[in-house]
Design a protein around this ligand. Structure first.
Ligand code: SAH
Ligand code: SF4
Ligand code: F3S
Length: 441
């Protein structure tokens, strides 16, 4: 038998890309590849890319530039581009970087092994179709290898919302939910291999409406309740949600479903109704605030996180102030905030932009407020008892790190703790980006 070929995958962007990279590695495992974490050692380099902001997309070209030397030294090296830049730019990538052998869009990953074979035959391979079939049904099943305690599981892809700034509906296509049975089978398999926490993924995960075993469509809440019955699974999370798809049954699940963790990522983008309208978000600041109230009524200790875009076209100081006011009212435990980046092909890209310096200055003010809230909420954990799912050893000897229910990183010094253990922990200290605690059982 010939030596296995080596595959180096670099993943950018969201968690859905992380999941897709795992699936692509498995699919190429069937073509004789094993993973390597060194690009200079690889027979194939695959960049799984993100197109959400200009910086993310440009990174891909600079990274490709860096691989030129490797390709010169080893003409058998194959270089592929997958993900949302592949979908958005297609052939253009090969024009800008002729050394690229393969370009594959997110909906065509099941065709990757055949495409790889074509590159070995000296051809270029490009596929950015939106095929009828569900890629996950055709991707190789996960091998039976054991896994760490946490895993992602994509249940829904694509988006029909068309926010004016966003490329996702174009790069990932129309919304598509996987059948509930398939998701449950994959979850059971993950649990059998050591996974204790599953994060359900979707660009709009709470819009999930997959075919249920009883014939009708299941909501995300129904799927979560079915996952709740899997023995050995300890925790369920999901991301990312849209405010308009927070249905009553999902809100209720946060109060009633014991394995569903008290953490919700619910991006609002702006606190100004004028801007929200121009963003085509179809919710208002007020409706978002009332929604948060209802979620907190169901689960008072829930930690809310969100996303913000600052400097969207026509954003005035008053609009920005409305965002700051909304943040003050919500109190976020975790947040991602970005300066608006015009994306080719989206409606907002045609509009006049806010002065870059002004937008940066607003972003700094917003981030200062969000960091303050985050720190206050984290500091308030000191003295409290949480449950931590331990994942791996920490940086210091004898240290183990895991996550609390609220997704805070927690580390302890306890030589008896193993990855996969779920333990009661008393929080004793709050540090930047993590908590320290002592185990109680
Ligand atoms: N489906 C999720 C968001 C997916 S994109 C939702 O609806 O909330 C992740 C985040 O990137 C978005 O929430 C938004 O804050 C940010 N983003 C998307 N397009 C952007 C753009 N053109 N410029 C800056 N930030 C953007
Ligand atoms: Fe993009 Fe999210 Fe809006 Fe869909 S709902 S267009 S993914 S920001
Ligand atoms: Fe980026 Fe595509 Fe995810 S654009 S954020 S990788 S869906």
């Amino acid at each position: 038998m010939s030596d296995p070929k080596k595959l180096f995958i670099k993943t950018y962007g969201c968690q859905m890309n992380v999941y897709d990279s795992e699936r692509m590695a498995e699919a190429l495992g069937g073509s004789g590849y094993v993973a390597t974490d060194r690009a200079d050692d690889a027979d194939m380099i695959l960049l799984n890319t993100c197109h959400i902001r200009e910086k993310a997309a440009e990174k891909v070209y600079s990274e490709l530039g860096r691989f030129k030397g490797l390709k010169d030294a080893n003409p058998d090296l194959k270089i592929g581009v997958a993900g949302c830049v592949a979908q958005a730019e297609g052939e253009e990538i090969m024009r800008r970087q002729p050394m690229v052998d393969l370009v594959v869009g997110p909906q065509s990953y099941h065709r990757l092994p055949a495409m790889e074979a074509r590159t070995r035959a000296g051809e270029k391979a490009l596929d950015t179709d939106f095929p009828e079939e569900d890629k996950f049904d055709h991707l190789a099943l996960r091998p039976k290898a054991s896994r760490g305690p946490t895993a992602f599981l994509t249940v829904q892809e694509g988006c029909d919302k068309f926010c004016a700034f966003c490329v996702v509906p174009y790069t990932r296509g129309a919304e598509l939910s996987r059948p509930a049975e398939r998701v449950l089978a994959e979850a059971r398999d993950l649990v059998a291999r050591g996974v204790r926490e599953i994060t359900l993924l979707g660009q709009n995960v709470n819009a999930y409406h997959g075919a249920g075993p009883d014939g009708g469509d299941w909501s995300l809440a129904q799927l979560i309740w079915a996952l709740n019955d899997i023995d050995g699974l300890a925790r369920i999370r999901f991301t990312t949600s849209h405010p308009n798809d927070m249905t009553d049954d999902l809100i209720a699940a946060h109060g009633e479903c014991d394995k569903l963790m008290p953490y919700l990522h619910l991006p609002v983008q702006s606190g100004s109704d004028r801007i929200l309208k121009r963003m085509n978000r179809s919710h208002t600041a007020e409706s978002y605030l009332r929604l948060i109230e209802r979620i907190r009524a169901a689960r008072p200790d829930i930690l809310i996180s969100g996303d913000f875009i600052v400097g969207f076209p026509e954003e005035t100081e008053a609009d920005f102030q409305a965002t700051m006011d909304l943040v003050e009212e919500v109190r976020y435990g975790q947040c991602y905030s970005f300066r608006y980046s015009p994306r080719p092909g989206t409606p907002a890209a045609e509009r006049a932009t806010v002065d870059a310096e002004l937008a940066s200055e607003r972003l700094q003010r917003l981030q200062a407020l969000l960091t303050r809230q985050q720190t206050e909420i984290q500091d308030a954990m000191v003295g409290r008892e949480v449950r931590v799912l331990f994942e791996k050893p920490g940086r210091l000897p004898g240290q183990m790190v895991g996550k609390s229910e609220y997704l805070h990183a927690v580390h302890v010094r306890d030589s008896d703790v193993r990855p996969g253990d779920l333990r009661r922990v008393r929080i004793i200290e709050s540090n930047p980006n993590s908590l320290a605690g002592t185990t109680l059982d």
